[in-house]
Design a protein around this ligand. Structure first.
Ligand SMILES: Nc1ncnc2c1ncn2[C@@H]1O[C@H](COP(=O)(O)OP(=O)(O)OP(=O)(O)O)[C@@H](O)[C@H]1O
Ligand SMILES: [Mg+2]
Length: 396
């Protein structure tokens, strides 16, 4: 099975590329499903079919689904959240709005998409799963959810576990104005978060998953795409290609477009340099918008020619790696963060966890057992990667 996630700035062509790629895979005989995680779904329009929150077959070998973000995610969560709000209000004297703010877990609503990804992985009913993701910010929130929620959840769960004992239960209502959540509810939330972690693992597995960055050859779009690439690397999600859409074709000779063409040419060079290791796939600006199977086939032809889009495009996928220096016993953790701003980067270490913050995004990397007892040595930025040495004191 192959999972392909298309992400990128708003309006660059994610939905069209997802639909075209899915159609191409299906027509090559691969059993394919394309799911849209954007709340403003337009996948159905692109494929000229009505698509709903449950998967439906659209054509031979091709299924589609527009995931409903609210689906089942808050079934149990709201009770736990309610309870926490009351605890914070009563115990910490916080006002309503602040109490509510801290109990909101960003991205949780969108987590339903991850649960579907998990289901399709479990059932293995498709050869290819294509994700038409929401514009960058939401997708990053979604992809960081397993990590953020684990961090957040472990702490609140511990807090709550201490209070769910028999002694406290009868006191809960008078104290906090609400019953404690039942064990069953806590367990299902725990299971939910476990599944989210598992999906993060699936998406971070380069044998299984790949992220593709859709963009247009415009300066601002390139900048944002570079930032996205950094954050994807931060979370260890492998990217194998960039898809450059809406390139004005050579047959357009109207002088009105000549400045546009010049700047696109320069920006295409920039893309080649900036995303060095990644394959750059290109599609022209068509003479009208893309809708329906014929248009999608034309787009797929431009992007993939006769190759199979479900194949990995480059093996230079940037995920973090750990090397063991047998001589010193040191370990070197390498996290590729191309384009990261060194001045906007923080690092915290607890025994079993390393927290890297780049801009507004934070990543908790659970360290392998071998690293727990080692001290964090110097951190350097080498060739677009953050390198952190874990020093084995015993041999020093
Ligand atoms: N290469 C192209 N040539 C002409 N029109 C295009 C091309 N690529 C996309 N379009 C059109 O541009 C519009 C936006 O494309 P699309 O919906 O695929 O982008 P998106 O990235 O999914 O947008 P959103 O962020 O809103 O979800 C659509 O009307 C689509 O038909
Ligand atoms: Mg879209």
């Amino acid at each position: 099975m192959r999972i392909i996630v298309h992400t990128g700035k708003g309006g660059v062509g994610k939905t069209s590329v997802s639909a075209a790629t899915a159609l191409r895979c299906a027509e090559m005989g691969l059993k394919t499903i394309v799911i849209s995680t954007d709340t403003a779904h337009s996948l159905g329009d692109s494929l000229e079919m009505k698509i709903g929150p449950e998967p439906i077959q659209l054509y031979d070998n091709l299924w589609g689904q527009e995931v409903d973000a609210r689906y089942s995610m808050d079934k149990y969560w709201w009770r736990i959240q309610n309870y926490l709000i009351n605890v914070f209000k009563q115990r910490e004297g916080l006002d309503d709005i602040v109490a509510e703010e801290i109990t909101i877990l960003p991205g949780l609503e969108e987590g339903a998409h991850l649960l579907w990804i998990n289901q399709y992985f479990e059932t293995q009913e498709f050869d290819v799963l294509i994700v038409d993701a929401a514009p960058t910010a939401e997708t990053l929130r979604l992809l960081s959810l397993p990590d953020a929620s684990r961090w957040w959840f472990e702490r609140t769960m511990n807090l709550m576990k201490g209070m769910t004992g028999r002694l406290l239960r009868p006191l809960a209502k008078p104290l906090f104005g609400t019953d404690l959540p039942e064990q069953e509810e806590l367990d299902s939330v725990q299971r939910l978060f476990d599944t989210l972690s598992k999906v993060a693992g699936l998406l971070a597995n380069p044998e299984l998953s790949t992220m593709r960055l859709v963009m247009t050859p415009e300066k601002m779009v390139i900048k944002e795409t570079q930032r996205t690439y950094t954050y994807l690397n931060l979370y260890g999600y492998p990217t194998d290609s960039v898809i450059c859409n809406r390139i004005i074709p050579p047959e357009v000779t109207d002088p009105y477009f000549s400045a546009w063409k010049d700047s696109q040419r320069k920006n295409l060079d920039l893309i080649g340099e900036a995303f060095g290791g990644l394959k750059v796939l290109k599609a022209p600006m068509f003479n009208s918008d893309i809708g329906g199977l014929d248009d999608l086939r034309r787009l797929a032809d431009a992007l993939y020619d006769s190759t199979n889009p479900s194949q990995i495009m480059t093996s230079e996928v940037g995920t973090h790696s750990i090397e063991h220096d047998l001589e010193t016993g040191d370990y070197l953790l390498r996290i590729p963060l191309p384009f990261a701003d060194k001045t906007d980067l923080d690092l915290y270490r607890s025994a079993d966890e390393l927290t890297v913050r780049v801009g507004p995004y934070r990543r908790n990397i659970v360290l392998p057992y071998a690293l727990w007892k080692l001290e964090t040595g110097p951190a350097n930025f080498v060739e677009g990667a953050l390198q952190i040495r874990f020093v084995n004191k015993q041999t020093e």
